[in-house]
Write a protein that binds this ligand. Sequence first.
Ligand code: NI
Length: 387
Amino acid sequence: MLNVEDFRKLQGEVTEWRRYLHQNPELDYRVHNTARFVTEKLASFGINHIETGIAETGIVALIQGEGGDGPTIGLRADMDALPIVEASNKPWSSKMPGKMHACGHDGHTAMLLGAAKYLATTRNFKGTVALIFQPAEEGALGGLRMVQEGIMDRFSVSQVFGMHNEPGIEVGEFAICDGPILAALDEFDLVVKGKGGHAAAPHETIDPVVIAAQVIVGLQTLVSRSTDPLEALVLSVTMLKGAEAFNIIPDQVEIAGTVRTLVPSLRDFAERQILACAQGIARGYGADVELRYRRHDPVTFNHTAETNLAIKAAGSLVGTGSVNDRVKPQMGSEDFAYMLEARPGAFIFLGNGATASLHNPAYDFNDEALPYGIGYWVHLVESVLAP
Ligand code: NI
């Protein structure tokens, strides 16, 4: 069985790719240079089935094994950066002002390229590997668009796998869990509509500020009093806007916030109960409310069989003692969730060591993690598609 030393041979070259991508970050669907870089590398490995321009700048490339017929499995990496001014002080810091690979997608792209090079050379598997490079993971639904543009059917993908680096987990370790691993992400705008007037004559108004204050407190009881304590629900009110002056009672107050859940049915519950709670309070004072509730990423839900395949692949690389197979789910979200809605699969965390946290200006992907990520992809392919 291959161990991590076999993949360290690729580390120097893949580190160069990773640092090139880090210096040249691009946002959302506008990852044109990154996509060109990926396409050129794939072609240089002798991969001849490469489709570009999916979801604008996404790429799917196919590698056929030499072990005969078999299914197609999808391996996914994300390519986009964030609108952050970099403060890592690394020699390979971003050359693009205000843009930065602060989530390690440079590392994810480089690792999938490293695995592609290895797999295209050895082809020690049956069936087909579909390499999925997606744009716009950071809030712009690139994963959803790739699914909507039919990649799963078009390339006959039967299972799909994703990986994300995780600061705070040691390099050389992996973490995963069966079922929900990341939360669904929703946001809401709530307008409390009263009747404005002079701050010195509140009796002639219906003061939406006082009502909004009660609504905000009321919303907190949805979590503490109306949700099963064993089911995670986060409801955070994060924005509040009333009048612009100290002596005006406004006509309305705008409240906005976010809801994170690990159970899909809790999204319906949250939408329904936010309205019912806010409406009940507001109407008691002669005011009313208007709710706009928007659903973004669904729950990233790991399927049992594929989770076990992922645990086995990581375990065969680093030893079972270095794979936490019951990591606590996180309340962040990930648009790989849409791919897991389309096909069974699993999403795993790769240790990034003691680096700054994701989306922090001081963050940098840890190049020591590269051989582990490459090795995971190769072990996964060679075990799931064993001839
Ligand atoms: Ni990310």
